[in-house]
Write a protein that binds this ligand. Sequence first.
Ligand SMILES: Cc1cc2nc3c(=O)[nH]c(=O)nc-3n(C[C@H](O)[C@H](O)[C@H](O)COP(=O)(O)OP(=O)(O)OC[C@H]3O[C@@H](n4cnc5c(N)ncnc54)[C@H](O)[C@@H]3O)c2cc1C
Length: 502
Amino acid sequence: MQTDVVVIGGGGSGLAAAISAASEGAKVVLLEKDVKLGGTTGWSIGTISATRTVNQKRAGVVDTPEAHYEDMALFSKKYTTRADNDALRRVMAEHIPETADWLCDCGVEFFGPIEEPPHRQPRMHNALPGARAYIYHLQRRAEKLGVRIITGAAASRLITTSERVTGVAFDAPGTVNQIAYANRGVVIASGDYSASAEMKRQFISQVVSDTEAVNRANTGDGQRMALELGAKLINEDIFMGGLRFVPPAKPAWVTRLPPWRWLMRATNIALGHGPQAIVRGFVMRFLTTVLVPSVKLFECGAILINSKGTRFADESQKLVAELAYQPGACAYIVFDHALAQQFEQHPNEISTAPGFAYAYLADYQKNRPDLFHQANTPQALAAKLGMDPAALADTIASYNQTETPTDTAPAIPRRGKRPRLDTGPYYALGPVKNYINFTDGGLVVNESLQVLNTQGQPIPGLYAAGSAGQGGLLLKGHGHHLIWAFTSGRLAGRHASRQNAI
Ligand SMILES: Cc1cc2nc3c(=O)[nH]c(=O)nc-3n(C[C@H](O)[C@H](O)[C@H](O)COP(=O)(O)OP(=O)(O)OC[C@H]3O[C@@H](n4cnc5c(N)ncnc54)[C@H](O)[C@@H]3O)c2cc1C
């Protein structure tokens, strides 16, 4: 198979790369390992952080890429002492306005802009009805431009001719080691390595390696293939992960709405101007499907128990490492009525989705009955959860008794100053699991998204975008990962298609 540009991966960055190369007149083949397009992009909440957007202009917000570039540094400083890749951050900030316009032109409708300090202007935009809208519209745009999309096609090796990358070997159902030859260039857009136990162990830790990924298809194949040609990884130890409620067996109806532009435009207007009670009810159905429990629950006294009814860890950790080794790798958040009452109003939310709203206990009871459990006594609660009633009652009783640290189980902190759990009824929220959302280790790239070797020289014919081409960018704050995926994908596709043909 002979083409101009081969793109590896059909998430946000890969679709953007394919569309951009095809818009330049290149023949494009896109290889996607999964049976359908989407990747982590399709799993995400769908928030982008952007400037000079139609939404900002409509809201009378005056903003600049320069200000965005500066504000991103404030986020990085807030979360880490590590240096950002300033050159890539500048390229990204400069191109964000055109990426946002392009997404709208493809058919994506955004809710927002919403404030997120330390951004000096509201920049958070949420795709409606969620990230699925990106894949729906970008797939259509790619197909319209004649991109040949092959799903179930796992790229396995880069082909070189006189040190220039000239193709990709891939395995598809029924055929192994097919080759797609690229006259102009190859773009690696195969995401991160959150699902590679081996890479997570090598670069991060055993616990992270033992913790499942949100997206099981991203096994760092692109990084591995480029490393084989002398490329280099940066920030390979950075990752994002933590507790999440398990997803609902059946997604809420609002999240299944077709992302047609006219329907989402109407939804957007209703969200902006409809009666608050109805709007909130609508938003809650989104919110309660994208759930990260607030750490405040634990700070205020909730405990984390496994399915045997016992505490097993310090629940205040960002990643409760021990959860990976509990039965079924799942747990429940348990608390009493006194604490439940605190989590019925601001500022004590059970969870939040950036830019939309806060969800309180009653929202869970109404919208996620599968996660909400209540009973008058610890024993009755345990029975509802299929646990040994005596075990849960013992766990709560011993938590209530101990106030000072003992050396019997030092990893499990005592109650300390937290209130006793002794006012019925008792509640459990869960199951919760630990997930690795993404890893941030990307290939080192230059401002044209060319992959660099360990000497800092471009590997001819090879480009990378999105997580695979993160190049040392920190992307802290909401919405920077996705906007980087789309922006870097578009740039990589454009640069690859402009290469001289071999
Ligand atoms: C739960 C969750 C919520 C998030 N929410 C947000 C958010 O709201 N805003 C934000 O900015 N970021 C968010 N992120 C992060 C963001 O989604 C990712 O950083 C971004 O989608 C990465 O895009 P990508 O194109 O690089 O990778 P992906 O979208 O993962 O695409 C990579 C594709 O490559 C394919 N692939 C892998 N290996 C091969 C191979 N060998 N051959 C062919 N194809 C291959 C994969 O199947 C996949 O389809 C979230 C992440 C998670 C997990």
